[in-house]
Write a protein that binds this ligand. Structure first.
Ligand code: HEM
Length: 344
């Protein structure tokens, strides 16, 4: 089985079904400190949540001590990976390189324990540990660590920036927020306010789901993927010679009025009709399309459920502007004050 298939399997609908209670617990835990009216950087909070979900899907359970170590070092890598590459001690880049080495050691410890105790699960690490190539070859600890870090990286900032945009879009559209709230309150009520969300409930949130799709379109946080023509390609009378780099601009396609009328308008109801093939590709397309798309949507829906049923929020400072981190984000990570719904 190819490595990609392995990642796909660990993130399949079947695997995700069992993760709903754990993701919900992580969402509630992440929102624990909200609601006191102090200013919160929404993006930073969403990053904490998406990181926790990433850890869950990669490892299932890991010892709190190792998780804390992993978290601490991952944040150092996160701060430094995009900084000026310098090996001078004390620079962000150098610190990130050292943290990456420490992550390798932490992962080796986790891998060693799993191998010794013969622990098996459906998480990505278990799948990687059990992987056998066509000739019976297995993955080295380094290869496993690279894959784990790659998936953690692909999972965190992407999902966190989409969630931040959603909070902003809902804030800008009070009527829409009311409809989403009504949908989610009805679910909460049917659970008598304290039962956990079920898988079926997460698959039956039509208004909220359309908000997620429209946010993915509007924000188009991955503007384009990198591709290379593997053969000469003729496209609309132009020749793209074999070996040339090509960048399909998803953002332009998602904002083309021919496919999405009034593209600058946030209008989830446009998704009542399925978009034409190859006009809506927030998770890419083809052999390298995102294997984490269902997990991303699931955690976003769970986050929205608790956000709108438990909190109200007010933006702090300017609402306009975008920053790149490297994905597009509302300026300053959407700073807002959050209050518990029941309190004034
Ligand atoms: C809203 C959140 C997310 C968005 C918008 C997103 C989008 C994308 C896009 C556009 C690609 C590139 C596809 C291409 O090159 O054609 C991609 C690749 C990838 N994504 Fe995501 N992603 C998200 C969340 C996740 C999550 C939660 C995971 C894992 C848990 C994940 C794992 C991956 C991996 C492993 C790849 C590389 C696939 C390959 O090269 O074969 N992503 N993602």
């Amino acid at each position: 089985m190819s490595l990609r298939k392995l990642v796909q399997r660990s993130l399949s609908l079947d695997a995700l079904r069992n993760m709903v209670p754990d993701i919900e617990a992580l969402a509630l835990y992440s929102m624990k400190s909200w609601g006191h009216g102090h200013v919160i950087n929404t993006y930073r909070e969403m990053k904490r949540f998406s990181f926790e979900v990433g850890i869950l899907s990669n490892f299932g359970y890991i010892e709190p001590r190792l998780k804390d170590e992993l978290k601490k070092n991952y944040w150092i890598v996160d701060t430094g990976y995009n900084s000026f590459p310098s090996s001078i001690p004390g620079t962000q880049y150098k610190k990130a390189l050292l943290a990456r080495k420490r992550i390798g050691k932490i992962l080796s410890e986790i891998i060693c324990e799993r191998r010794e105790k013969k622990l098996v699960g459906r998480d990505l690490l278990s799948c990687l540990l059990n992987w056998k190539g066509e000739k019976g070859e297995i993955l080295s600890d380094d290869q496993i660590a690279d894959n784990i870090i790659g998936v953690l990286f692909a999972a965190q900032d992407t999902t966190a920036s989409v969630m931040t945009w959603i909070v902003k879009y809902l804030h800008n559209e009070p009527k829409l927020l009311e409809s989403v709230k009504a949908e989610q309150k009805a679910i909460e009520k049917s659970n008598e306010g304290n039962l956990p969300l079920s898988w079926n409930q997460t698959r039956n949130m039509p208004i909220t789901y359309k908000v997620v799709l429209e946010s993915l379109r509007m924000a188009s946080i991955i503007s384009f993927p990198f591709r290379e023509a593997v053969a000469d390609v003729e496209y609309k009378g132009f020749l793209i010679p074999k070996g040339w780099k090509a960048m399909p601009l998803f953002r332009n396609i998602h904002h083309n009025p021919e496919f999405f009328p009034e593209p600058k308008k946030f209008n989830p109801s446009r998704f009542e009709v399925a978009p034409k093939p190859n006009t809506f590709m927030p998770f890419g397309s083809g052999v390298h399309s995102c294997p984490g798309n269902e997990l991303a949507k699931l955690e976003i829906l769970i986050m929205i459920h608790h956000l709108v049923t438990k909190f109200r929020w007010e933006v702090v400072g300017s609402q306009c502007g975008i920053q790149y981190d490297p994905f597009p984000l509302p300026l300053n990570g959407f700073q807002a004050r959050y209050w518990k719904e029941s309190t004034s």
